[in-house]
Design a protein around this ligand. Structure first.
Ligand SMILES: Nc1nc2c(c(=O)[nH]1)N[C@H]1C(S)=C(S)[C@@H](COP(=O)(O)O)O[C@H]1N2
Ligand SMILES: [Mo]
Length: 223
């Protein structure tokens, strides 16, 4: 069996496992009882907002598209670096998802456009030992996610929000969006996706944030 097939098998298994967890938690229940739906959609401890707050380390790197690049490397068969035109020439993906920030605000129905993480995985072909991705930002920020979370069908490397190019404040030209985690895992100004075989806690993860960050389990802090 090729490495590729066993990786896909592994991912599929994890995705199925997650869906089973959702089912057990009743997350995918639908019905016409609005309050119940709302309760299921807003994770515990969150409040709904309609604006989009800005949170970062206070440095908002200015990366013009002409100087921008994205490198995908580490434990992959085919590392790549895209300039802006190469990135924009990839199959375009769009998805609507909810934002949950660990600082307790959530924002529903965000329309994202960009390149799906699954497309990137297909191109670079992770080696079998790759199990985590370290996302790096142009500001020096890092954050870690499992390969399964990175490969989720709603995860992308986004250039647009609500039909407009991402502003610099929100991580433009390009940021990661990994909806199944709190937003700190969605690196802004993303510059590098590094596939690794040993988890490496990132900027906030070494500062007391939870290593995973699933809002449905309230994985906010590591203590
Ligand atoms: N490169 C980079 N990405 C980052 C951060 C950062 O400081 N640098 N902050 C994270 C945190 S803690 C949060 S809550 C979200 C905030 O995204 P927003 O400002 O678009 O709401 O970005 C995440 N991604
Ligand atoms: Mo945050």
């Amino acid at each position: 069996m090729s490495d590729e097939i066993s990786i896909l098998g592994k991912l599929k298994e994890k995705l199925i496992q997650r869906k089973q967890e959702w089912a057990r938690d009743g997350r995918l229940l639908t019905g016409n009882q609005t309050m119940e739906d709302r309760e299921l959609r807003l994770p515990r401890g969150q409040r709904l907002v309609t604006d989009w707050p800005v949170l970062d380390l206070g440095i908002q790197p200015d990366v013009p598209t002409a100087a921008w690049s994205l490198t995908v490397d580490g434990l992959v068969e085919n590392p790549l670096t895209w300039d802006w035109d190469q990135y924009m020439a990839q199959p375009q993906f769009e998805d609507v998802s909810d934002i949950h920030c660990v600082t307790a605000w959530s924002r529903y129905d965000n329309l994202w456009q960009g390149v799906s993480t699954r497309h990137i995985i297909d191109l670079v072909k992770p080696k079998t030992e790759a199990n985590h991705i370290i996302l790096h930002g142009f500001d020096g920020y890092t954050t870690n996610v499992t390969l399964a979370a990175f490969a989720a069908d709603d995860a992308l490397i986004a250039h647009s929000w609500e039909g407009e190019k991402l502003t610099r404040q929100h991580g433009g030209p390009v940021r990661a969006i990994i909806p199944q985690y709190y937003l700190w895992k969605s690196a802004k100004w993303v510059s590098r996706l590094e596939f690794v075989d040993a988890d490496q806690p990132g900027f906030w993860e070494v500062r007391g944030y939870h290593n995973e960050g699933d809002p449905w389990k309230e994985e906010r802090y590591s203590f």
